[in-house]
Design a protein around this ligand. Structure first.
Ligand code: ATP
Length: 193
């Protein structure tokens, strides 16, 4: 039987409930067997201040109790920039022919897909599922890419890692924005101060 696997890449600096709700909703609506959260080692289009290990630990704490969610350290274990196309090529080679690979991205990533390395290659290797994100309407996605993506009706969640980092820096609470175990990890490791 074909296994349907969602790959959800990101910096996850930190992982927040937006990621988790979207993962859950897409898993349900698109009948995925599992969703693999894959923190990027060195993302090409972003700068991260938090170590890859801390970001992975927070993902691990966030997904550990939810059936079907898992952490992959694949991109962390590679040196150099984490290009999605390389990850998908690796997964395609190593997952059986019975596995259908879905790439989960937020609408902001869909709008910016033209900046990715080899976006057409990405669309050839995975079925791309796009989650709604406030401020990033589908109309803004390049039509050449849009026709090859599937837009999923997910709740609009105005939550970002940037806003969470800013709240920690200014000593405001982050309860309910991240799982409790992630909030504890941020506190005990003094992240984002
Ligand atoms: P930052 O604020 O640091 O840019 P972020 O909140 O966008 O981070 P990422 O780890 O960069 O989080 O996101 C990983 C993936 O999840 C991306 O595809 C992004 O589009 C998507 N995503 C993150 N937050 C949301 C959200 N609230 N709604 C929809 N998609 C989201």
């Amino acid at each position: 039987m074909t296994e349907r696997v969602g790959i959800f890449g990101g910096t996850f600096d930190p992982i927040h409930i937006g990621h988790l709700i979207i993962g859950q909703e897409i898993m349900l609506q698109c009948a995925l067997d599992r969703v693999v959260f894959m923190p990027s080692g060195d993302p090409p289009l972003k700068h991260t201040m938090t170590s890859a290990e801390d970001r992975a630990m927070m993902v691990s704490l966030a997904v550990r109790d939810y059936p079907g969610f898992e952490l992959s350290r694949f991109e962390l274990s590679r040196s150099g920039k984490s290009y999605t196309i390389d990850t998908l090529r690796h997964l395609r080679r190593n997952m059986g022919g019975d596995t259908k690979i879905f790439l989960i991205i937020g609408a902001d990533n869909a709008v910016e897909m033209g900046d990715w390395f080899d976006p057409t290659g990405v669309l050839n290797l995975a079925h791309v599922l796009v989650a709604e994100r406030p401020g990033f309407e589908r109309e803004r996605v390049d039509p050449a890419f849009k026709s090859r993506m599937q837009f999923v009706e997910t709740p609009l969640l105005d939550i970002s890692s940037t806003a969470i980092r800013e709240r920690v820096r200014t000593r405001r609470p982050i309860s309910f924005l991240v799982p409790d175990a992630v909030a504890d990890y941020i506190r005990t490791h003094g992240l984002y101060l």
